[in-house]
Ligand binder design. Structure first.
Ligand code: SAM
Length: 424
């Protein structure tokens, strides 16, 4: 397909497929905005690192701490180079070999992007697009810390404001086709659902959170995750996305959310969350070799998941360049998504669950958003998700709520704060 045909599709869907490869570029803002009717996420709030010098940024500790001064950057680089001069240990050798094997695929993907002038122009124009950032009053006031609130005020309530379409009335004939419905529900340890086809607004204390159509959240600590297990496996999930709070040495990460030792993830009830017809499990991992070997040797086995493939998320800047040197040992400009299948109860005559094979050659490129925020890639996984259509999807350790999904974690409303949205 020619660029002239692909660009309009990209503007509509947020996804650009490069010819003859399993490489895509995605704009998370466009992808997510497909799920909202009355609100939009603006590029200036999704990409704070990209916009911070030019626009009003939300009063948000995240966006102010992301940029590091040139002196700090120099200090970091020096540290790394002195470390790099010592011989690599066994684990680092394995990590290097893994990187060397992946390198040609990533370079090829990046080359595709650099050759797509139309797409690069579209990325550059992100700055001028929708610079009407979030309403100032929405950005003032402090962001709510749900982790603390959950501990201090577990009985807090959420007021859910839904707009329900009156199916007897015609949209063109009557201006009052919607009626408002308000419910007051426990905010924690409770499944809160917007089961309408419109955006809903959830109010907690004085803050507003935008929920896309047909979405749910369950806000709790890991101790309560079992409440998500359905009574019948027919109501289980076909796609289980997991982005655990892995421990690492970064103080930066520690200031953003609490982390957990690996052993806690072994008991995630993946089997019990799986739909009768099986589930595709998609797990985000960092590049630490210790973590990769934990996932490959212990975690998937504990979950009863069979490894299928790894996809790679290559992070680029708005000018198309990589966010860091591809070969920088401790700061690779990519992360991986490890995919596996969790068998359901439906088996074929050989007592095997039938799943579509996956290959290791998928590269997803995007401009990274806020710290540790992953791009919305469900569209790219659709063809591999087993069972019912549309599939039932859950995200574990979520910080945002997506249309058609259940979001679980101790702060699933974090990026739903109205400060990240503008009214249409
Ligand atoms: N996927 C998310 C995104 O794209 O923005 C990032 C998830 S982040 C890596 C991990 C999340 O797990 C954080 O929101 C953190 O607060 C949450 N978390 C940490 N400890 C938890 C616990 N004990 N119970 C539930 N969630 C926890």
């Amino acid at each position: 397909m020619e660029d002239s045909q692909k660009l309009p599709l990209f503007h509509e869907s947020g996804i650009y497929h490069f010819n003859d490869s399993n490489t895509v570029f995605i704009d998370p803002v466009r992808v997510l905005n497909r799920s909202y009717n009355r609100f939009t996420i603006s590029p200036s709030t999704y990409y704070p690192r990209f916009f911070e010098s030019r626009t009003l940024t939300p009063k948000n500790p995240i966006s102010t701490t992301v940029s590091s001064s040139p002196t700090k950057r120099k200090r970091k680089k020096r540290k790394r180079s002195s470390k790099d001069s010592r011989p690599l240990n066994d684990r680092e050798q394995i990590a290097l070999q893994r990187h060397q094997e992946l390198r040609p695929l990533l370079l090829k993907a990046h080359e595709c992007l650099l050759k797509s002038n139309g797409l690069l122009d579209a990325l550059r124009s992100l700055r001028s697009e929708n610079v009407s950032h979030c309403l100032k009053e929405e950005c003032e006031g402090s962001e709510q810390c749900f982790v603390e609130l959950g501990q201090q005020s577990p009985d807090l309530v959420v007021t859910l404001n839904l707009r329900i379409r009156d199916s007897d009335k015609d949209l063109e004939d009557s201006p009052n086709v919607y009626c408002e419905q308000r419910s007051i529900l426990p905010a924690f340890n409770n499944l809160v659902a917007n089961d309408t086809e419109d955006d809903a607004v959830a109010d907690i204390l004085n803050n507003h959170y935008i929920m896309p159509r047909e979405s749910c959240f369950y806000m709790s600590d890991l101790g309560q995750i079992r409440n998500l297990i359905p009574a019948h496996t027919d109501c289980g999930f076909n796609l289980i996305m997991v982005d655990p709070p892995w421990e690492n040495a970064s103080a930066h990460q520690k200031s953003r959310y609490p982390t957990l030792p690996n052993r806690y993830f072994l008991s995630l009830p993946i089997k019990q969350l799986t739909h009768t017809e099986g589930a595709l499990v998609a797990l985000w991992v960092t590049n630490r070799e210790k973590l990769r070997s934990f996932v490959e040797k212990e975690l998937f086995a504990a979950w009863g998941v069979s490894y299928a493939a790894s996809f790679h998320w290559l992070k680029v800047k708005a000018n198309g360049s990589l966010i860091s040197d591809l070969d920088l040992f401790h700061h690779r400009p990519y992360e991986s998504l490890i995919l596996g299948y969790s068998p359901g109860k439906v088996k074929n005559s050989d007592n095997q669950t039938k799943f579509k094979p996956l290959k290791d050659d998928h590269v997803i490129m995007s401009i990274p958003g806020d710290y540790s925020r992953k791009p919305p890639i469900a569209d790219l996984l659709q063809e591999y998700i087993p069972g019912v259509k549309p599939p039932r999807c859950v995200e574990l350790f979520a910080r945002e709520v997506m249309a058609g999904w259940v979001a679980w974690g101790n702060e699933p409303l974090h990026f739903q704060d109205s400060r990240y949205f503008v009214k249409k």
